[in-house]
Design a protein around this ligand. Structure first.
Ligand SMILES: Nc1ncnc2c1ncn2[C@@H]1O[C@H](COP(=O)(O)OP(=O)(O)OP(=O)(O)O)[C@@H](O)[C@H]1O
Length: 471
């Protein structure tokens, strides 16, 4: 129940909505008090007046239940409007001035309200008229109104359920649309089987734009990633590095040119088959409201329940230690949106990880697939602190050795050990070679590397840094 003037932030479950709240019970008690004990009232109304007032409040109670269902208005306002005196009595007796019944949810329907209050009002009028010549006793009237209320409560509930079923059906339509959505890439009628990578991947004059309205992002990119080699893609923001990776995973097809996997054009391959051969960690990773183990296990559903493999992947991503200190270790729910249990079976809430920790978890998810033919790491350490980044880069360097991998990073220090570095600028390859060769050629890579290095040196020698003890 909310405080006066408040309304609950979440709607009550349906089963709760039609159950009289303590406040409704208070109204009913009030009705009973008016009915059975006029003497309780200092102004001593007659039995008939008390009964009618009881009926009136009974109507208010029914209205309250309806409000709870339709979210139309607050009972407090209703009671005050319909019977200020009774409202005052209730406030005095109960020591509170509100009958908060569940808020003012959007979608409330004045139409439903009219639909349902008109017969109640009509019933009350009819009952009063019939009571005057003595055709009906007060008890008859009370039973009549209660019956009307019962029937109308049920009808209102049915109307509410019909409305929510309609809403649910519309949502279900969305769901069906998504599930039956055709692939936006043409899939070959008879896809070519994709062999394990033996020779390498070749980008052959790849040109790409996201649509006819968009500018060209890749303008004739050609290079080769040999089997067993670590290749780094570097370049300024927007030069097309991530787009190249998206093409390689076949999220899109090149507009012109081709990407060849051991000579097989990726367009002829089933994308699902291709993706089973690739492990990838993207800079915009996913954070699932599941346990830590499940978050990693999603990287490879075959290993979803394999605690040893999951732990091994976490170790390689440098996150095993911190996951082991969570309240339920790998079984800790990484979300506060769902209820969970503590180890001793008590209700508990999940844990919220920092961005850097999520990134390491996403990296562990990719590491679960690191036996795949090709590992893609797109800025895997961008959100990590300096120490974590150094640890991860070292772990990845060791792990990548002898495997085919493609690494994207703006931190040039972390790519210098790659076998080949490809420099992209405005969607074109402007340089390629080892770190050593590129440095001695004095081109774009050497310029960017020197710029980054001088940045560190400049920071290092900035006046005040030493005094501040930051070195
Ligand atoms: N889904 C998209 N639709 C339209 N344009 C896009 C889309 N994704 C990227 N682009 C555009 O493509 C260009 C290249 O983007 P991309 O993300 O490939 O560059 P990047 O080199 O990876 O950049 P960064 O270093 O910032 O990650 C940018 O101009 C970008 O705005």
């Amino acid at each position: 129940m909310g405080m006066p003037g408040s309304c609950p932030s979440e709607p009550a479950p349906h089963s709760e909505r039609l159950r009289p709240s303590p406040h409704h019970t208070a109204v009913l008690e009030e009705i009973a008090g008016l009915w059975h004990g006029p003497a309780l009232r200092p102004d001593g109304p007659t039995r008939l007046r008390a009964g009618l007032r009881g009926l009136h409040l009974g109507g208010v109670w029914v209205a309250a239940v309806a409000c709870q269902r339709t979210g139309f208005a607050r009972t407090e306002r209703l009671i005050r409007r319909r019977d200020p005196q009774a409202f005052h009595v209730l406030c005095m007796r109960r020591g509170r001035a509100t009958f908060d019944v569940g808020g003012t949810a959007p979608g409330s329907e004045p139409g439903i309200w009219c639909w349902w209050t008109v017969p109640v009002r009509g019933g009350v009028v009819w009952a009063v008229v019939a009571a005057r010549p003595g055709h009906l006793s007060v008890g008859d009237i009370a039973i009549f109104i209660a019956a009307v209320a019962g029937v109308q409560g049920s009808l209102t509930a049915v109307a509410g359920h019909v409305a929510s079923s309609h809403e649910a059906l519309m949502l279900f339509e969305h769901y069906l649309d998504v599930v039956h959505c055709a692939p936006d890439l043409p899939v070959a009628a008879a896809p070519v089987p994709l062999p394990a990578l033996r020779e390498g991947v070749e980008f052959k004059d790849v040109r790409f734009r996201y649509s006819d309205e968009h500018p060209w992002v890749l303008r004739g990119v050609s290079f080769r990633l040999r089997h067993g080699e670590a290749l780094a893609l570097v370049g300024l923001n927007g030069s097309g590095k991530s787009t190249l990776v998206k093409l390689l995973c076949r999220f899109y097809d090149p507009t012109h040119g081709a990407i060849l996997w051991d000579g097989v054009d990726l367009r002829d391959v089933d994308p699902a088959r291709l993706r089973t051969r690739i492990g990838a960690a993207f800079q915009d990773y996913m954070a699932y409201g599941m346990t830590a183990a499940e978050n990693i296990g999603l990287g490879d559903l075959d290993a979803f329940d394999d605690a040893e493999r999951i732990r091994g992947a976490a170790r390689r991503a440098g996150t095993d230690r911190e996951l082991s200190t969570l309240p339920r270790r790998y079984d800790t729910l990484l979300s506060r949106r769902f209820p969970t249990m503590s180890e001793d079976g008590e209700p508990a809430t999940g844990v919220v990880l920092s961005g850097g920790r999520w990134q390491r978890l996403a990296l562990a998810r990719a590491c679960l697939r690191d036996e795949r033919d090709l590992m893609i790491l797109d800025e895997p350490a961008s959100g990590l602190d300096a120490q974590a980044e150094a640890e991860i880069q070292e772990a990845l360097r060791t792990h990548r050795r002898g495997r085919t991998s493609l690494l994207i990073s703006h931190r040039l220090g972390s790519v210098r050990e790659a076998d080949v570095i490809v420099v992209l600028a405005a969607g074109q390859v402007v340089e390629r070679g080892s770190h050593k060769a590129l440095m001695s050629s004095g081109g774009e890579y050497a310029r960017l590397f020197a710029l980054q290095a001088s940045g560190y040196r400049a920071e290092d020698s900035r006046p005040g840094v030493e005094e501040a003890g930051l070195r």
